[in-house]
Design a protein around this ligand. Structure first.
Ligand SMILES: *Cc1c(COP(=O)(O)O)cnc(C)c1O
Length: 459
C-alpha cells in the first residue's frame, strides 16, 4: 500500500518537473481548446477502472496542451501570480498529510501553522494584532466573510439578530461601494443578502470620491457597510483610507477593504504609504495566491473584532469538540471541512522573511513601472493610469486596434496580457503579479509588444 504511494509520487514528481522546466519557453496561451481536452478525457464514465499510472499519463497527455502558461514571467493576464518552489512543496505536503483543518484540537499540526501564518500576516501588513484571520478559497469568499461579519454586527447594533431571524423583515442595510470596485464585491454582497451597492463615483484613477461618500452616507440612515479598495484592477490605485474610513465610521458604518492583490503593498516599505490608514477598517480581504505567489486556492479573510467574525460563522454541535481555548478555524469561515491552505502561506513567509516579502512586492511594482516606461515609448502607445503599484493599462491612438494587438501577442505566444475597457477606452492590461518577472522579462515583453504593434498597424 505504501509502495503504491511511492510509485505515484515519483512518477508525478517527474511529470511536474517536466512541466516546470518547460513552461517558460513554451507559448503561453493553451495550444488546445476545451473541446479537444474533453474529447481526450472521454465523453462517458468508464464502466471499469484503470491502472493509476495509465490514468495519470492520460490526464497529463490530455490536459497539458490545454494549460495556460500562468507561471511564465511574461504572463500578465487578469491578476494571477505564479508559485514559489517552497509554496509548491508545502502545498504537496498539505495533500499528502490530508488534514481537515477545521479544528484546533483535532489537527493541531496544520492549524498551528495556519495560526502562526495569520499572526505573521497581521504583523507584516501592519493590521491590528488582535484581529482574527480565516483561510478561504479566494478573495471573493474573503470579501463575503467581511461583508457577512459586518452585516451581522451592524444589524445587531440596530437591535436585529440576523442569525436567529434572518434578513427578511429586518432593517435594510445600506451597502455602499466605489464605482470601480471589483465585480467580486457585488457577488460577495449578493451572497451576504445585501443586494446591489449604492455606488459612489470614483476619481480619474478609480479611487472612491470621499466627498461624495460623505454625501451618500449623509443622505440616509440606519445600518451601513462601506466597501473600499486597495488596488484597482485597472490602475492599481488605492482608495484614500484615512479620509474614507473616518467619514464611514463617523456615520457608524462597517468598513471592509478589498485588497485581493493590493493589501500586500502594506508589507513593502516604499509602497506602504499607499495603504496609509487602512488599519482602521473593520475587515479586509486578500489573496495569497496572487501577490504572495502560493498555489491556488488561498484567500485570506481578516476581521478586526474576532467576536464579530465568530458571531457570524460559529455554530456548535454535540459531535464537534469545543477547543480548549480560542476559536476553531471552522468558526471563522464558511467551510467546516477544508484543506490546510494556510500552510503554504506559513512556508512562504518563513522562507522570505519580512525583508523578502518587502523585496517581492517592491520588485513587482518596479517591474510594472519599468514596463510602463518602455511601453510608453512605443509608437501610438499611451499608458492611461498612474502606475503606482503593479497594474499597467495600455491604450492605442485607435481603440479598435487593441483587440488586434492582443491577438497578435497571443499568436506570437511569448507575452500574455488581457484586453479590457477603462475610462471609456479600450485597453490592454498588464498585471505584474509573478515573482519571476524581472528586467529580462520586461525587456522581452516590450520587444514583443513592439513587434506585435507593427503587425497591427504597419506605420
Ligand atoms: C482577483 C480579485 C478579486 C477576486 O479574487 P478571487 O481570488 O478570484 O476570488 C477581488 N478583488 C480584486 C481587486 C481582485 O483583483
Amino acid at each position: 500500500m505504501h509502495a503504491d504511494y511511492d510509485d505515484i509520487i515519483d512518477r508525478t514528481a517527474a511529470t511536474a518537473k517536466a512541466w516546470l522546466h518547460g513552461f517558460e519557453e513554451r507559448p503561453i496561451p493553451p495550444a488546445e481548446r476545451i473541446g479537444e481536452v474533453r474529447e481526450q478525457l472521454g465523453e462517458r464514465l468508464p464502466e471499469d477502472g484503470a491502472d493509476p499510472d495509465a490514468v495519470l499519463e492520460r490526464l497529463t497527455g490530455a490536459v497539458e496542451p490545454g494549460l495556460m502558461g500562468i507561471q511564465s514571467s511574461r504572463f500578465y493576464g487578469w491578476v494571477m501570480g505564479g508559485t514559489f518552489p517552497v509554496a509548491l512543496g508545502a502545498d504537496w505536503l498539505v495533500s499528502a498529510w490530508d488534514q481537515n483543518a477545521g479544528m484546533r484540537d483535532a489537527t493541531p499540526g496544520v492549524v498551528g501553522a495556519e495560526e502562526v501564518a495569520g499572526d505573521w500576516l497581521l504583523d507584516l501588513l501592519g493590521l491590528p494584532s488582535t484581529a482574527d484571520v480565516g483561510f478561504v478559497t479566494g478573495a471573493t469568499t474573503a470579501n463575503m466573510v467581511g461583508l457577512i461579519a459586518g452585516r451581522t454586527q451592524v444589524l445587531r447594533a440596530a437591535g436585529w439578530d440576523v442569525n436567529r431571524d434572518g434578513l427578511a423583515g429586518g432593517p435594510r442595510i445600506r451597502f455602499i461601494a466605489g464605482a470601480e470596485r471589483h465585480t467580486s464585491v457585488d457577488l460577495a454582497a449578493r451572497y451576504a443578502g445585501l443586494g446591489q451597492p449604492v455606488t459612489v463615483p470614483s476619481d480619474e484613477q478609480g479611487r472612491i470620491r470621499v466627498d461624495l461618500l460623505r454625501e451618500t452616507l449623509a443622505a440616509g440612515e440606519g445600518p451601513a457597510i462601506v466597501a473600499l479598495q486597495a488596488g484597482n484592477l485597472h490602475s492599481g490605485a488605492f482608495d484614500d483610507f484615512e479620509g474614507a474610513i473616518a467619514v464611514a465610521h463617523e456615520a457608524g458604518a462597517w468598513v471592509h477593504v478589498d485588497g485581493a492583490f493590493g493589501l500586500w503593498a502594506g508589507a513593502a516599505s516604499r509602497l506602504r504609504h499607499l495603504t496609509s490608514g487602512y488599519e482602521a477598517a473593520d475587515s479586509w480581504a486578500t489573496d495569497a495566491h496572487k501577490t504572495l505567489n502560493v498555489p491556488y486556492d488561498c484567500g485570506i479573510a481578516i476581521v478586526a473584532d474576532p467576536v464579530a467574525m465568530n458571531g457570524a460563522f460559529s455554530i456548535h454541535a454535540a459531535y464537534l469538540p469545543r477547543p480548549a481555548e480560542g476559536f476553531d478555524p471552522y468558526e471563522k469561515v464558511p467551510e467546516m471541512s477544508r484543506r490546510a491552505r494556510g500552510v503554504p502561506v506559513w512556508a512562504t513567509l518563513a522562507w522570505l522573511g519580512r525583508h523578502g516579502v518587502d523585496a517581492l512586492v517592491q520588485r513587482l511594482g518596479d517591474s510594472a513601472a519599468a514596463l510602463a516606461r518602455g511601453l510608453a515609448e512605443l509608437p501610438g502607445v499611451t499608458i492611461l493610469n498612474d502606475v503606482v503599484f503593479t497594474q499597467v493599462c495600455l491604450a492605442l491612438d485607435d481603440d479598435d486596434e487593441i483587440a488586434g494587438l492582443a491577438a497578435a501577442l497571443q499568436a506570437e505566444g511569448s507575452v500574455f496580457a488581457s484586453p479590457s475597457r477603462w475610462r471609456d477606452r479600450a485597453v490592454l492590461r498588464f498585471s505584474v503579479s509573478n515573482w519571476a518577472t524581472d528586467e529580462i522579462a520586461v525587456a522581452r515583453t516590450i520587444a514583443a509588444v513592439r513587434t506585435a504593434l507593427t503587425a497591427v498597424n504597419p506605420r
